[in-house]
Design a protein around this ligand. Structure first.
Ligand code: F6R
Length: 243
């Protein structure tokens, strides 16, 4: 895994936006795996800005989001489709019919998302954040690495972390549907971003510890094209001599 460290969240966001644009330019059509959360707000903001400056078009881009809450009103601002519309889709030239989320219907076959992604040519670049417990997408610690898209019960730590986006902890959804680790490892290229001192401990564990289902992000060591983008605060505990 290649690790790149930037001064702060602004520099990290600039770098990721430029990275995404460069990857999009390489191909005639492009499948982008999208993450939500606070880490990516600045990245989408910059992608929108660069689009407005005429530096990038999303006309040939299809997006596939990692996850979506299940027990949430579809109109709730924190539903991930609404997050994506507000921060990205509504402000660029993407065809909304080309923006995809895991199925959320009660009787949906969640794994069908994997087949759908494969039928579209697979994901060219998957963007990931990381939870303080090591989750990627909503694959909580203990999730088998063989899982495809599936329904999960959110860990208490994840609900507490995400309660900052809701009026109270009891409003935070309990269930979500998420790409599995197997789905994520199917992407051609992966970029994981982490920002802030709250992520420093888990960044050290995932980079320097063993591959273990107790640390879902450690599965990325099984993939041969992963870039880890950190700011100084998230990188503060890692052994620089190995980089
Ligand atoms: C979001 C997602 C999550 C977040 C992670 C970090 O789609 O899949 O894994 O990337 O919880 O969230 P932030 O960036 O809010 O710290």
């Amino acid at each position: 895994m290649e690790v790149r460290i930037f001064k702060d969240k602004a520099a990290l966001s600039d770098h990721i936006a430029d990275f995404v644009i460069e990857e999009i330019r390489k191909k005639t059509s492009f499948n982008l795996g999208c993450a939500t959360g606070s880490t990516y707000k600045g990245v989408y903001e910059r992608l929108v800005k660069k689009h407005n400056e005429g530096r990038v078009s999303f006309g040939k881009v299809r997006t596939f989001n990692l996850d979506e809450y299940l027990d949430i009103n579809k109109d709730h601002p924190e539903a991930y489709r609404n997050y994506m519309s507000r921060h990205f889709f509504d402000h660029v030239d993407i065809n909304i019919a080309n923006t995809h989320f895991p199925p959320t219907d009660e009787h949906a076959e969640y794994e069908s998302y994997d087949g759908f992604i494969a039928s579209q040519g697979g994901i060219d670049l998957q963007l990931l954040g990381i939870g303080t417990n090591g989750h990627i997408a909503f694959n909580e610690p203990g999730t088998p690495f063989t899982q495809k898209t599936h329904k999960i019960r959110l860990a208490d730590a994840t609900r507490e972390a995400n309660s900052r986006f809701f009026t109270s902890l009891s409003d935070v959804p309990r269930y979500a549907v998420t790409m599995g680790i197997d789905t994520i490892l199917g992407a051609k290229r992966i970029l994981l971003a982490a920002s802030g001192k709250d992520k420093a401990a888990i960044v050290k564990t995932f980079l320097e510890g063993p591959i273990s289902e107790r640390v879902p992000a450690s599965a990325l060591k099984k993939h041969d094209d992963v870039v880890v983008v950190l700011d100084e605060a998230a990188a503060q505990d890692i052994e620089r001599k190995h980089l």
